[in-house]
Write a protein that binds this ligand. Structure first.
Ligand code: M6R
Length: 365
């Protein structure tokens, strides 16, 4: 069933363009975004004064991308909490809060407890989940299925891409309804969303060899840093989690502008640093952060937009991703980071699909 791939994880990485095709099918077309399946009228959508996302691990990081995109496009405040904290907090939510719980398996104990707490508080719960009929799907008020297909590897890959895509759909839809973007901007975003599957496929093609090569360097280092700004930072978090869970190497993700408030002290000759540089608005800031770590001897791998000669000059290696709408490039940037983690773990000889101490579905607290 691995279809000729050595591991499920690699197979699932390669299935990402198809997973994106499925999650977007019937939900976005040249006519626009259509989320009628959740049964919310424009009036109902407009009444939400805030959004609260609750999830764990990779699903939590997808919510962080959601926060940036929804706040930027639709101007609705979004709070994102890990479920194990949220469930024991006294959250300020009510009937005008849309709570979005995100879970590939739909069975994560903490996320389920968060869902129940939100409902007790009178909030509406929308679940993003991959498993039809899962407990979370059954207990939520509304569900958007991720349609990623079965994900077997413990390290989540294709489910993450579909989660982020659903946040994109929600952000674009909310923005349209709230009138925070005009018709041209709306149609521009829609046509870029439609291109995502094809761009993901191109990203795999252009980045795999490079990520594989660079993985050889990571094998020898116990510590690494992943840096980025704005939603590139959330991509850094997800990339670092992938490396930790399957290669057992420590990776720390940091907002690039925070380095000089502490971790810069840890940068020494040769230490691997991954820099995610897709935000045009923060390009210059990121470039100076890259130079800061380079000056202290770090070995930098950048994930940047194709043709970015300036970043290429400033770093040791660059993995290019195809040019696309600035809002969606983060999603593509995660793909080379998944591949980098995968090939590092393979190079270290570990059981990629079943990392020690971890389970695919965490149904106990
Ligand atoms: O099934 P869920 O999406 O609720 O799982 C949440 C996390 O346990 C999961 O994403 C975990 O962090 C992955 N192993 C990361 O690759």
């Amino acid at each position: 069933e691995k279809n000729g791939y050595e591991h499920y994880m690699l197979k699932e990485i390669h299935e990402q363009p198809d997973a994106l095709r499925r999650v977007l099918a019937n939900r976005v077309s040249t006519q626009g975004v259509n989320l009628d399946e959740i049964g919310l009228t424009a009036e109902e959508l407009k009444k939400y004064s805030q959004i609260q996302v609750v999830a764990c691990g990779t699903a939590y990081y997808s919510g962080m991308v959601g926060k940036y995109i929804i706040e930027e496009l639709a101007r609705i405040p979004v709070k994102v909490d890990v479920a194990s904290e949220f469930r024991y907090s006294n959250p300020i939510i009510d009937k005008d809060t849309l709570v979005i719980v995100v879970s590939q398996s739909g069975e994560t104990a903490d996320t389920l407890a968060g869902l129940r707490l939100a409902r007790e508080k009178g909030a509406e719960v929308l679940a993003l989940t991959n498993v039809v009929g899962s407990t979370i799907a059954r207990e939520a008020d509304r569900v958007l299925y991720l349609k990623a297909g079965p994900e077997i590897a413990v390290a989540s890959t294709k489910a993450y891409l579909t989660m982020v895509s659903v946040f994109y759909l929600l952000a674009v839809q909310f923005a349209k309804i709230k009138g925070t973007i005009n018709d041209d901007e709306y149609m521009g975003l829609v046509s870029d969303l439609i291109r995502l599957p094809e761009l993901a496929s191109e990203t795999i093609k252009v980045s795999e060899e490079k990520a594989k090569e660079k993985a050889r360097y990571f094998i020898d280092y116990d510590n690494s840093f992943y840096i980025g700004r704005n939603f590139d930072y959330t991509i850094a978090l997800e990339g670092a989690l992938k490396l930790k869970e399957i290669s057992y190497l420590h990776a720390e993700a940091y907002p690039a502008g925070e380095l000089k408030h502490g971790p810069l002290a840890l940068i020494e000759e040769g230490i691997p640093v991954v820099a995610v540089v897709t935000r045009r608005s923060l390009y210059d800031k990121m470039l100076s952060n890259i130079k800061e770590v380079k000056a202290r001897g770090a070995n930098i791998t950048a994930v940047a937009i194709a043709g970015d000669a300036e970043v290429e000059k400033a770093v040791d290696d660059v993995i290019f991703i195809p040019e696309c709408n600035e809002f969606f490039s983060g999603l593509l940037a995660v793909i080379p980071l998944q591949l980098l983690a995968y090939y590092t773990a393979v190079g270290r000889g570990f059981d990629v699909d079943q990392p020690r101490n971890l389970a695919k579905s965490v149904t106990v607290e």
